[in-house]
Design a protein around this ligand. Structure first.
Ligand code: ADP
Ligand SMILES: Cc1ncc(COP(=O)(O)OP(=O)(O)O)c(N)n1
Length: 263
């Protein structure tokens, strides 16, 4: 049986991040990808030119259509835009028996906001408590917890601050630090450090969405959280190495790198 994975996220018209990155990742990793679209963005390699949220009832209806008939083995969340949508999605996930990977998307690589400031409290108190794995980047850690990370040694403190909001595991992504691309996965007792070479490639649009979707795909296939995160890190690292130019700005990672001869 092919496992079903659901992404609850925003659309990126440029195809590098959001729903489009999630579904490409799922295809590349051999699972059946499905989507609940929360918002539509007009976005390209230069930034986000516009964003429109979907009504709460449209999000609920998409979710129920998928979960009640088809069923899901794992869920991934991305751009949720507003407090109302964060709370709706948290309630839906809380009532579903499947692991959830929560990427608490705050701003895009170009600095465009994808989450209202008024939604941060709902992320802390409603969304993080239902997460099996939360995957904040360092800007999101600062937004959520007030902890600013400037070195690898500070990742442990950041992880503890996020875990205090209730996710079972947290993966702190150190992609914005200089040096090797180092992430820390922990549940408060086990620690797993994930280290990869930093590729000097500016075409890195969609790294966070890709990593979170790859983790959800691994969980749906029955991997443990540490196994799913290790496999996802390997996949996103290859996709970053193969990232390519598109438009005039920051191009996407290559979700299809393994089909093109990468190993
Ligand atoms: N230039 C790079 N080379 C290799 N890995 C990277 C690079 N940039 C980010 N990563 C890795 O990509 C993943 C996503 O991290 P990050 O870019 O920080 O997320 P986000 O897209 O949410 O900002 C992490 O595993 C991080 O370590
Ligand atoms: C619609 C949408 N969702 C999420 C993001 C952020 O994606 P991410 O993988 O963190 O990549 P960057 O934007 O940081 O390159 C997005 N841009 N659009």
């Amino acid at each position: 049986m092919i496992p079903n994975v659901l992404t609850v996220a925003g659309s990126d018209s440029g195809g590098g991040a959001g729903i489009q990155a999630d579904l490409k990742t799922m295809l590349a990793l051999g699972v059946h990808g499905m989507s609940v679209i929360t918002a539509v963005t007009a976005q390209n390699s230069l930034g986000v030119q516009g964003a429109w949220e979907l009504p709460v009832e449209a999000v609920r209806a998409q979710y129920r259509s998928v979960v009640d008939d088809i069923g899901v083995q794992a869920i991934k969340t991305g751009m949720l835009a507003s407090a109302e949508l964060v709370e709706t999605v948290a309630e839906l996930i809380g009532g579903t028996d499947a692991p959830a990977v929560v990427d608490p998307v705050g701003v895009s690589k170009h600095g465009d906001s994808l989450l209202a400031a008024s939604a941060l409290d709902s992320v802390r108190t409603k969304l993080l408590p239902v997460a099996t794995v939360a995957t904040p980047n360092l800007d999101e850690v600062a937004q959520i917890t007030g902890v600013h990370v400037e070195s690898e040694e500070q990742l442990r403190g950041a992880a503890a601050a996020v875990l205090a909001y209730g996710p079972r595991w947290v993966l702190i992504k150190g992609g914005h630090l200089p040096g090797d691309a180092v992430d820390l996965l922990t549940d408060g007792s086990e620690e797993h450090w994930l280290r990869a070479p930093r590729y000097d490639n500016r075409h890195t649009h969609g790294t966070g969405c890709t990593l979170a979707s790859a983790i959800a795909s691994g969980l749906a296939k029955g991997l443990s959280v540490p196994e799913a995160v290790a496999a996802a890190k390997e996949y996103v690292t290859g996709a970053i190495e193969a990232g390519f130019a598109l438009g005039e700005g920051i191009g996407p990672v290559d979700h299809g790198w393994r089909f093109r001869g990468g190993s």
